[in-house]
Design a protein around this ligand. Structure first.
Ligand code: NDP
Length: 334
């Protein structure tokens, strides 16, 4: 079987590809340009025969996926849609976030219907951002679950700040997918994975700390900072767990039509406390804050993913130590 995985050059997709290849799947990765393929290939030197690529220059145009769906030696039976803009500061919210996120989400479904006759499941990388109601703030005492939805509308998001607009782009994209499915009733089912901040090691190491994806940048930027950052998103999942969840979401027939919050509590005070303990070399480069004082925030219920997908969470401490060790390896100036 082949899994078509979009955004193959991304931080998250690398781990999904890794899990899939190790399980024996063939993977058809899609990227925007040919130049992105070499970096992905280099991460999987022993799986060259199982990995191929399709170039999709614009993810909002279903017809551009045709070549990606064709020409595989084993039929494509699953699609994992990872590609979506993840920037917390856009020049133009509509152009840079909303249009590619929502357009891309609908286009992959349309493309699957047109060109993927053997596909039985599309798994979409949504986000806790599609669940969270940012306007309600830290919301102590409340526990978010799959029942919650980001309430932001397209027009509100178009004029919102970057973080709000990004969150809305994920919520609107996911909603558009469920609506498309209800209307078109295709032969395949949809499952969404909704992680909060995704942290943990980059597969194959970090090449350049100056070009990190948003979540890794959020962690890296604490090094040398004066203060412990305030709460932004009070949840996280380790990227290795997120990857396992995606592949399980493809394999488990019975989870069709469901969304999964994959994650648990996160706060920056715990990050600095844990890294100071686990990596003494970094101790004096991290703000101290008030050790042990965990801010009061909403909670996250990630238990459905444990039960239905068999997800085994990696602790925040372990995930942080693994993340910061890579920062140390990648940046010799630390
Ligand atoms: P990366 O920045 O590493 O990856 C983003 C991927 O999406 C890249 O492959 C990128 O391709 C592609 N992409 C972005 N914008 C476009 C566009 N306009 N057209 C085509 N492709 C595009 O980020 P992550 O790995 O962190 O994110 C991957 C997915 O996971 C996203 O859907 C994100 O929303 C989701 N997610 C991430 C979280 C996190 O904390 N990291 C948390 C929750 C969800 P290119 O390199 O060509 O730009």
């Amino acid at each position: 079987q082949t899994l078509l995985i979009t955004g193959a050059n991304s931080y998250v997709a690398a781990h999904i590809i890794n899990v899939a290849l190790k399980k024996g799947y063939h993977v058809r990765g899609t990227v925007r340009s040919e130049s992105s393929t070499a970096g992905v290939r280099s991460k999987f030197p022993t799986y060259a025969d199982q990995l191929s690529f399709g170039i999709v220059p614009d993810i909002t145009k279903p017809e551009l996926f045709e070549a990606a769906f064709s020409g595989t030696t084993k039929p494509i039976t699953g699609v994992i849609n990872v590609a979506s803009p993840f920037v917390l500061k856009a020049d133009d919210n509509r152009r840079d976030l909303l249009e590619p996120a929502v357009g891309g989400a609908v286009a992959i479904l349309e493309a699957t219907k047109r060109y993927g006759p053997n596909v039985r499941r599309v798994v979409n990388t949504s986000s806790f951002a599609a669940i969270l109601d940012l306007g309600k703030g830290a919301r102590p005492g409340y526990t978010y679950s799959e029942a919650d939805w980001n309430p932001m509308t397209y027009d509100e998001a178009a004029v919102a700040d970057g973080t709000t607009a990004y969150c809305a782009s994920k919520g609107l994209a996911e909603k558009a997918m469920w609506e498309w499915l209800a209307e078109k009733k295709p032969n395949f089912s949809l499952v969404t994975i909704n992680p909060p901040w995704v942290f943990g090691p980059h597969l194959g190491g970090i090449r350049d700390v100056k070009h990190l994806n948003e979540s890794s940048h959020a962690l890296f930027s604490i090094i040398g900072a004066k203060y412990v950052p305030p709460v932004d998103f009070a949840g996280f999942a380790d990227v290795r767990v997120v990857a396992e969840a995606h592949v399980a979401a493809f394999e488990k027939e019975e989870v069709a039509g469901q969304r999964f919050l994959v994650g648990s509590h996160f706060d920056y005070q715990t990050v600095v406390d844990e890294v100071r303990k686990g990596i003494p070399e970094l101790a004096d480069k991290l703000p101290e804050g008030t050790p042990g004082k965990v801010p009061e925030t909403y909670g996250l219920d990630g238990s459905k993913a444990e039960k239905a997908l068999g997800v085994k969470y990696i602790s925040l401490g372990q995930s942080m130590v693994d993340s910061y060790r890579q920062f140390l390896e990648a940046d010799r100036s630390l």
